[in-house]
Design a protein around this ligand. Structure first.
Ligand code: FMN
Length: 460
């Protein structure tokens, strides 16, 4: 039971969200709600032994059994790495020629099955982090150009990147996307999503701030999106005709010299032209991840990026368009789809709180997401989502009571949220102390915590 839901119009009919959506490749998404990617960090990390590096853990399979029973049209994995030298964080799943093995393949099969337990489509998000690879993992990552990320991101720094040569673009990027995707096909995924948003490698090519190349991959918007086009062409050539190929791109980057919506529109027109099955629009990079409301005008329409995506929308005719970021009420979702602002919506943080929110929405049992009492900035709300994923990871679906939310802390309850904030502060202090002493960050930076009174809380 959710203590508090976001206030909303109770009369709105969710029926339009239950309508199916056909893709270019012939596959059909059964409804309009997708589980957006959330980096889980529940894979093995062992860079000294490739065969045990980036393998999905049992805990990861447990999480996806909850989302796989959540009623989504598509379930996206968190970002899966195509190159172990360019991780987002320790604990990412890696699917590459270096760690390919029967064990990896059999775990991926189980992962794909978990994602689609109740009939949704299983989509693996594939990513190469480029210059956003933390420096402690790779001091000289590859990027479009040598523009260093000069920030401290939650305690992480970033090394000066080395520009990819044209040959490396083919061999180290495009070919890797294809190799990883082929393994996903064999594992039983229904499709992949190419990650070209949030400042990762492909977004580094798309942004004029990070792409200062003078070859055919730099300069005009058409040139900067070329790599995303070539990734698609290589994938389509080598993958089954009915395998879904989607992409996540930014509608805007909120930073000086970053990607503007006018460029994103030109790029999306190209993605439509070559035939991507779907485009999920988001925004921001590590330099400015605007995952909360900063303007009253966006708050009114609920989703953060609609004012930008509206300008892009007209270019899509056959490619289906999803928008992710900020959707919290059925009213907001229905209005977005009904008005034609997008074909479907993605949700991230709300479905870490409540993995079966779509099922409840489509059955008329919920009109909005839990009204979480944790700060909405990306640090606190991201930590809350990670803690809730940890809670979902602790046992498989059959061990619970048939409720995908079993054991997940309800942060819409003031008292539980207060406890969470205290636990998070304590955890942060522990991380700082460990860092200062040169010790590893505990449990891969994930707060492993149950509120007092939870039946799963170990005795003190
Ligand atoms: C903990 C966390 C991890 C995330 N990991 C990914 C990721 O791996 N890939 C991705 O495309 N987006 C990732 N995102 C962004 C989400 O997919 C989504 O775009 C964002 O949370 C906004 O949607 P929301 O307001 O519904 O949460 C992540 C967000 C959070 C909070």
């Amino acid at each position: 039971m959710v203590a508090n839901r976001i206030p909303c119009n109770q009369e709105v009919d969710a029926a339009i969200l239950g309508k199916s959506l056909p893709f270019n490749c012939g596959r059909v998404c059964r409804n309009r709600i997708v589980k957006a990617s959330l980096s889980e960090r529940h894979a093995s990390f062992d860079p000294t032994n490739f065969e045990n590096h980036g393998l999905p853990k049992e805990s990861l399979l447990n999480i996806y059994e909850k989302w796989g029973n959540g009623g989504f049209g598509m379930v996206f994995t968190g970002n899966i790495m195509i190159d172990m030298k360019h991780l987002e964080a320790p604990g990412n799943v890696i699917v590459s020629k270096e760690n390919d093995s029967p064990v990896l393949r059999s775990l991926l099969k189980r992962l794909a099955s978990a994602l689609k337990m109740d009939g949704g489509l299983a989509i693996a998000q594939l990513n190469h982090c480029g210059r956003q690879t933390p420096e402690f993992l790779n001091p000289h990552p590859k990027s479009a150009s040598d523009v260093k990320l000069e920030i401290d991101f939650h305690g992480m720094g970033f090394g000066k990147p080395v520009p990819l040569t044209a040959a490396e673009i083919k061999d180290e990027v495009i070919t890797r996307f294809v190799e990883s995707a082929k393994i996903c096909v064999e594992a039983g995924f229904d499709g992949i999503q190419v990650h070209a948003a949030h400042g990762y490698l492909l977004a580094q090519f798309m942004s004029p701030q990070t792409n200062q190349r003078t070859d055919e991959y730099g300069g005009s918007a058409e040139n900067r999106v070329r790599i995303v086009v070539e990734v698609y062409e290589a994938l389509r050539k080598d993958l089954p005709k009915d395998f879904i190929i989607g992409v996540k791109v930014n509608s805007v980057e909120f930073q000086e010299g970053g990607l503007e919506t006018s460029d994103a529109r030109v790029m999306c027109a190209k993605l439509e032209e070559i035939g991507y099955d779907f485009v999920e629009l988001s925004g921001g990079t590590y330099e400015n991840l605007q995952m909360h409301h900063v303007k009253e005008s966006t708050r009114k329409r609920e989703a953060f990026f609609l004012e930008f995506t509206d300008k892009i929308r007209p270019v899509f005719r056959n490619t289906k368009m999803f928008v992710t970021g900020g959707f919290r009420t059925v009213e907001g979702m229905v209005k977005a789809v009904e008005s034609g602002a997008c074909d479907g919506i993605g949700m991230g943080r709300p479905i870490a709180s409540e993995p079966d929110l779509p099922k409840k929405i489509l059955a008329g049992l919920a009109k909005s997401a839990p009204d979480t009492k944790v700060n909405h900035d990306i640090f606190a709300s991201g930590a809350a989502a990670a803690a809730q994923m940890w809670q979902a990871s602790e046992r498989d679906f059959t061990q619970g009571n048939g409720d995908p939310c079993d054991g997940i802390a309800d942060l819409s309850d003031e008292n539980i949220a207060k406890e969470f904030k205290e636990a998070l502060e304590e955890f942060q202090n522990l991380i700082e102390r460990n860092r200062a002493a040169g010790l590893p960050v505990p449990n891969n930076g994930i707060l492993a915590w149950y509120p007092k009174g939870s039946k799963y809380r170990k005795s003190e």
